[in-house]
Design a protein around this ligand. Structure first.
Ligand code: BTN
Length: 265
């Protein structure tokens, strides 16, 4: 039986003392940790960043494109509020935050299940064995263009056989593959350490996405992207250093900066 023990405020304080976080807010239940993080910017005194907004349970979890994020006990749902200027990042680097977060989640998964098949699906999902393991929703708060909120939903000890029927074939958790319980505290800590390392490298001008081709779920596949009213179809050539998806289309190579991946085969 996978572990569903809640993380306590003390557990989270331990994480603050061991990672780059400066503040943490713990919720037994809230609508959305992304919304909590955004709204925290209007409170006085201001939230110290990087700050973690952790919820044991969300009642209105949000995904990209207005989708709902379904979660259940045993998963991890949290958001990070970061000040990009404090981290030495420019607003132009903001689109790379989702990819870096995906890479940090992938590295975290590899520490737990070293032989498993992890991949990052541009621009904001992490896959395990061809199914979605984690989703990332990065938002820029309306109050400040140098802050960013990075929301993460990661399936750890929740089992997809208990999920709504339409998700059972598309989602997966770590425990679904391993058959074991995993320490959510340990996973959260490891993720934050990887993300800290990647953000530091990005701010120092290192090529953090260099290893990308090894983990890009879409590489070599025929991909359809919905970008505004148009669909763009092409063969994925990977990701460039700025985080754009490279598609070989019949009019040449296109750099895709945003959009929804409709299909890949
Ligand atoms: C997606 O797959 O479209 C992104 C899902 C992001 C879900 C997380 S759960 C924590 C944070 N709070 C939210 O409301 N959404 C993100």
């Amino acid at each position: 039986m996978p572990e569903h023990e809640p993380l306590t405020p003390d557990d989270l304080q331990e994480i603050v003392s061991q990672t780059f976080l400066r503040e943490v807010q713990h919720f037994e239940e809230t609508g959305s940790t992304n919304t909590e993080a955004i709204e925290s910017l209007t409170t006085i005194p201001a939230t110290e960043t990087p700050a973690l907004f952790y919820a044991e349970s969300q009642t209105a979890g949000r995904g990209r494109g207005g989708n709902i994020w379904w979660s259940q006990p045993g998963s991890l749902t949290f958001s990070l509020l970061v000040d990009m200027s404090e981290l030495g990042l420019t607003p132009e680097q903001q689109p790379q935050l989702s990819l870096l977060t995906g890479l940090a989640l992938l590295q975290t998964g590899q520490t737990v299940l070293p032989r498993a098949d992890f991949a990052v699906k541009w621009p904001n999902d992490v896959y395990l064995d061809g199914r979605k393991l984690a989703g990332i929703l990065t938002e820029v708060p309306p109050q400040s263009n140098h802050h960013a909120v990075i929301g993460v939903g990661l399936n750890v000890n929740n089992e997809f056989r208990n999920a709504p029927a339409e998700l059972q074939q598309t989602g997966i958790s770590l425990t679904d593959l391993s058959g074991q319980s995993h320490s959510r505290l340990g996973i959260l800590k490891t993720f934050l350490q990887h993300l800290d390392e990647l953000l530091l490298k990005l701010s120092q001008g290192e090529k953090v996405l260099e290893k990308w081709p090894d983990y890009c779920l879409l590489s070599g596949k025929t991909v359809t992207i919905q970008a505004g009213p148009n669909n763009i179809i092409g063969t994925c050539q990977g990701i460039d250093e700025s985080g754009a998806l490279l598609l070989n289309t019949n009019t040449g190579t296109q750099r895709i900066l945003g959009g929804v991946v409709v299909s890949w085969e």
